[in-house]
Design a protein around this ligand. Structure first.
Ligand code: HDD
Length: 716
């Protein structure tokens, strides 16, 4: 509805956007020149059955505009979704940074865009992929962009390799296959010749690459940055976003199915939750390293393929972000928003990470093509709320009308304004770092350890997480057509952990080959023995880090059922009481229950008024829910047993290790859903029967019952 909303509390950015919002409700239709249109359904013709006339300016304008509606999609991160919100600083960030938005209690409007990386704009949300996590802070000192991902490391160490990485992962150029998938020859060919990618590959093969929701993933700014305090002292920093709802992911089999059932799964989830007032929230954390400690780790802080284990440097929480408003218009806001890691404000500065250095060039450059020229900062969603005054002029689609005859500085005619600001007046002064060296095109030796942190990641995973990584690699490498590429990957995996390589090899029907004679590292060149490319562990490194595991992460310490979705399966004749008492209990804990039945419309129930059905069995599936409950009532359960879709619903929920509950009569459907490997249905952990709703809710709080997968399926 395009009706003007009631004035609500609007932050500075929302007020700024108001000048560009257009509400057509109740207005006359006009041309782009403001002329009221009398007939928009017929073109002007020479006679009713004659040719259309060139003079029909309304026809021409409408079609011309339509012909030019599309702009190039982002070369990476094309598929995305975004929301407005705010960032609020706690009272402890000022000790590290002078940035105005990090001072105690300051609230800053933000716009956050999440994305997948490899797929086109129309691809599925559920591809196995890294998720982009980009936040635009509209601070009083200008725009600050956090342009990160949901994985704390990157595939490559130097930006010059980015086009190669992306060419390898994108659909292959001869036939443009496959879409939004890394499971193909060229991607794994690239990885197998670039061992620096091994750490990131471990993350991407884990369930981190399959978030249950964008609301349940972490965010990282990857590179080491600098924070500068009020005295000008610089410290190294890594940024983390920690989701209030914890880290949650789905299984690969679910992801595949969701891609068909609801390719907009993540978008819809974010949109619906914000509309319902379930505002997603993250806390911002920092790992701070004093400059004098730069070399105390066994890895290089400038190497974007490395994390700082949280056991070595704990994360200090310094603020929170809440997303509380959906955009008004997808194209105007989510598509036209332009992020740039080089958009910094006083108090934040760069390091010499060679990946970051190259990014500082790429992001403005890409907008010139994507958004059509140098004035993209004037597009409302990109516009700073801090005033802009400078001598830059003209260019395509210039909006600002610069008044006066001077467009240069210094000048005499305009009192030498706009004038430079001293640091005390808010002027940005770059951190002074002493740099010396010869010009070289080389990689630092401190960057050559490619396996230690991949192994740290593997060693930190729970058994079920390891099984998922093995399965993912079997799937991905199984799709690779070239056996040589598979073998090379096995050699790399063997450097990470022999157990990992053996388990993957088994699925591929291969032996782990010897590394001898294989040109594994095309970058380091002569030094081809991967065993030599290792660093000593940093002091305090225990070879394991809980924060790397979904199972053990401290972010998941708090468990509840907030915003979880439960499907209640029922057919006509269901017992009203069993449905309503569960619904009430779920809603009290902040979860949602949806009634799923063989048909849409109203459900006839015993002991109450007919209930509105949310989904028919044809329009939904258990993969879209966090838990499944079978309502009571003999006739309902008998009818469901006849429905293969209902049996499959339970069957899949079991296979995906989700909580399943049933009212007493509902157990019959659970029995019907048992399959080889699921003999304990209707029993076993995470399966509550006899209408024990308290147990069902407890199980929903736990989330998943991975033992089921480990015990009921052949070991991988
Ligand atoms: Fe990038 C977009 C994150 C390395 C070049 N990148 C883009 C977006 C995110 C990231 C979240 C989407 C922003 C949005 O929602 O509009 N990129 C990263 C991270 C990286 C990274 C976390 C490594 C730490 N990127 C990277 C390199 C280069 C680029 C090394 C080039 C040398 N990235 C781009 C780009 C994009 C982009 C081509 C495409 C669309 C855009 O910038 O605006 O410039």
């Amino acid at each position: 509805m395009s009706k003007k909303p009631k004035p609500t509390e609007q932050d500075a950015k929302s007020q700024d956007l108001e000048q560009n919002r257009e509400y057509g409700h109740g207005e006359f239709l006009t041309s782009n020149q403001g002329v009221r249109v009398n007939n928009d359904q017929n073109s002007e013709k020479a006679g009713e059955r004659g040719p259309s006339l060139l003079e029909d300016f309304l026809l021409r304008e409408k079609i011309t505009h339509f012909d030019h509606e599309r702009i190039p999609e982002r070369v990476v991160h094309a598929r995305g979704v975004a929301a407005h919100g705010y960032f609020e600083a706690y009272d402890n960030a000022q000790q590290y940074s002078r940035a105005q938005f990090l001072q105690p209690g300051v609230r800053t409007p933000i716009f956050t865009r999440f994305s997948t990386v490899a797929g086109s704009r129309g691809s599925s949300d559920m591809a196995r992929d890294v998720r982009g996590f980009a936040v635009k802070f509209y601070t009083q000192e200008g725009v600050y962009d956090f342009v990160g991902n949901n994985i704390p490391v990157f595939f490559i160490q130097d930006a010059i390799k980015f086009p190669d990485l992306i060419h390898a992962v994108k659909p292959e150029p001869h036939n443009e296959i496959p879409q939004a998938a890394s499971a193909h020859n060229t991607f794994w060919d690239f990885i197998s010749t670039n061992p620096e990618a091994m750490h990131m590959v471990m993350w991407v093969m884990s369930d981190r690459a399959l978030p249950r929701s964008l609301r349940t993933m972490e965010g990282f700014n990857i590179h080491t940055w600098r924070l500068i305090d009020a005295d000008g002292k610089a410290r190294f920093v890594k940024f983390h976003w920690k989701p209030k709802l914890g880290i949650k992911s789905v299984m690969w089999d679910e992801a595949l199915q969701i891609s068909g059932k609801d390719p907009d799964f993540h978008r819809r989830d974010l949109w619906d939750n914000i509309e319902q007032g379930n505002f997603p929230e993250w806390e911002l954390g920092v790992q701070v390293v004093e400059e004098e400690d730069e070399f105390k780790f066994g890895f290089d802080l400038l190497d974007a393929t490395k994390i700082i284990p949280e056991e070595l440097v704990p994360v200090t929480i310094i603020g929170r972000m809440v997303l509380d408003r959906n955009p008004d218009n997808y194209f105007a806001e989510t598509e036209q928003v332009a992020f740039h890691p080089g958009h910094v404000v006083p108090g934040i500065d760069f390091t010499n990470d060679p990946l970051l250095q190259g990014r500082l060039f790429s992001y403005t450059d890409t907008q010139l093509t994507r958004l059509g020229g140098p004035n993209f900062h004037e597009i409302p969603i990109n516009r700073s709320v801090a005033p802009i005054h400078n001598n830059q002029r003209d260019g395509h689609m210039r909006q600002q009308i610069n008044v006066g005859k001077t467009s240069y500085g210094p000048n005499y005619l305009n009192d030498n304004t706009p004038k430079q600001a001293k640091q005390s007046e808010g002027g940005f002064v770059s951190h002074q770092e002493r740099v010396e060296g010869s010009k070289v095109r080389a990689r630092s030796k401190s960057f050559v350890d490619h396996y230690s942190q991949a192994r740290l990641f593997w060693n930190s995973q729970a058994d079920w997480e390891k099984a998922h990584i093995v399965k993912a690699l079997r799937f991905e490498l199984g799709k690779v057509e070239d056996e040589g590429v598979r073998e090379r990957m096995l050699v790399h995996l063997n450097q990470v952990a022999q157990e990992l390589a053996q388990r993957v090899a088994k699925g591929l029907g291969l032996e782990v080959p010897s590394a001898k004679g294989m040109q594994l590292n095309r970058i380091v060149g002569a030094d081809e023995d991967p065993a030599r490319l290792q660093s000593k562990p940093a002091s305090g490194d225990e070879g394991k880090s809980d924060a790397l595991s979904i199972e053990f992460s401290p972010v998941n310490a708090q468990k509840d059922i907030q915003t979880k979705q439960v499907a209640i399966l029922a057919a006509d004749g269901a017992d009203a009481a069993s449905i309503q008492s569960l619904k009430k209990a779920l809603e009290a804990g902040g979860a949602t229950a949806k009634l799923v039945a063989p048909h849409l419309g109203m459900l006839k129930v015993q002991g109450g008024e007919a209930l509105r059905i949310d989904f028919s069995l044809q329009t939904t599936a258990s993969v879209l829910f966090d838990g499944v409950y079978v309502a009571g009532g003999e006739p309902s359960v008998q009818a469901l047993r006849q429905q293969p879709d209902a049996v499959q619903f339970v069957n899949e929920a079991y296979r995906h290790c989700k909580p399943i509950g049933a009212a007493p009569a509902g157990e019959a459907l659970l029995k019907a859903a048992a399959y080889a490997g699921a003999e304990d249905l209707p029993g076993g952990p995470g399966v509550s029967v006899a209408g024990n709703t308290d147990q069902f809710i407890q199980d929903l709080t736990t989330g998943r019952f991975w033992q089921r997968e480990l015990e009921s399926q052949p070991k991988v």
